[in-house]
Design a binder for this molecule. Sequence first.
Ligand SMILES: [Fe+2]
Length: 420
Amino acid sequence: MKRHANILVALLVLAVAATIGVLTGPTGLSDEKQPNPDPLPETVIEGTTPAQWRLVWTTDPAHEATVGWTTAEAAKTNAVFFDTEPRQGALNKYRHQQAAAAGRYSARKPVLHYASAELKKLKPGTTYWFVMVSDESVSREFYFITAPEGDAEFKFLYGGDSRSYREPRREMNRRLRALFTQDPEILALVHGGDYVQDGDKLEQWVEWLTDHELTVTGAGRMLPMVPARGNHEADSVIFDEIFHNPGGKGLNYYATAIGNEFLLVNLNTEISAGGDQAAFLETTLKNHTTVRWQCANYHRPAYPAVKKPGSALKYWVPTFERYDVDVAFESDGHTFKRTCAIRDGKPDATGVTYIGEGGLGVRQRTPDPERWYFQGGKVGSSNHVQKVTVRKDKLLVETIAQDGKQLDTWETKPRAVRRD
Ligand SMILES: [Fe+2]
């Protein structure tokens, strides 16, 4: 009897403790002010500690990726150690290593150094675990997943304009992380440009890169980036040092193929839209007419929600229409938008749809909903990111606000016309 009483007392104590635990339990997970607490601490930039890492995809993300990072002091050696299994930072266990190119960022101050390691001959659709090593300093272990091959179904995020305001940018990065964590099918972030206010100011990039660390999942999965240049990067050399000359130093136009049936042409609105770049666009689309999905990514819009059209309208739109591009992702306006399908300067169901306008933390402007190309489309003022789902039978674009609410959803079927 006494034993039963003891058990009863013990259960009572446990119940009270559990109740107190609920009331006073760890803050964060249930804290409304911080519903999505940061799982990893910010990396302090000191000595040769690898900090401010970024993983860049360009032309062949099934087989290649570039890992970049920042150190305060110049290291004698910089390398990425990687493997298809986790090795918890035990350097002698990683089966592969790749030396990094390194240098000092082109800024008088602060004095900081970059390293970029090009990983090649990777296997498609494969998880790679890696650490960054600068002299004796070893980062924690991260992982990323290479793009799939074949007729793959996948998702990616699209967003632009992450400049100027740190806290909203950090909040958007937490939203990216939440999406990336909840949905492992998301492969990468396609960025439409305007990362910082002044692309020549390294201190602004330092803040941006520190905030970018927030996109890594709690399990250490790094979000690959497909970068385009914005007008606030203009001809910034630092852009190329951070992202390792995507599409060629100062040129920054290139096509990203994911599987056999998806092509993303990344263009640079900050150099001539005609000439070589227009020829590149034409040749690239011409060589991929049988690919099911073709999209474009660039900064200044052809069909803007706020400003006047950029040179894309004259030099690229006729080519998009000739080759039946499905979606052109545009940034710069600081709104969210989706146009109707457009061909020959008017609504046409067989035309190209323009989506985006930039909302990764920048202060939003008031769009003009009366512009003809928003009839049947959608426009609004809210920080946001687009989640793009690529399927065999449809391409779906969801616009998601900072708080996770869906602002817009749109889908299209594979185009009927293929011009060979
Ligand atoms: Fe811009």
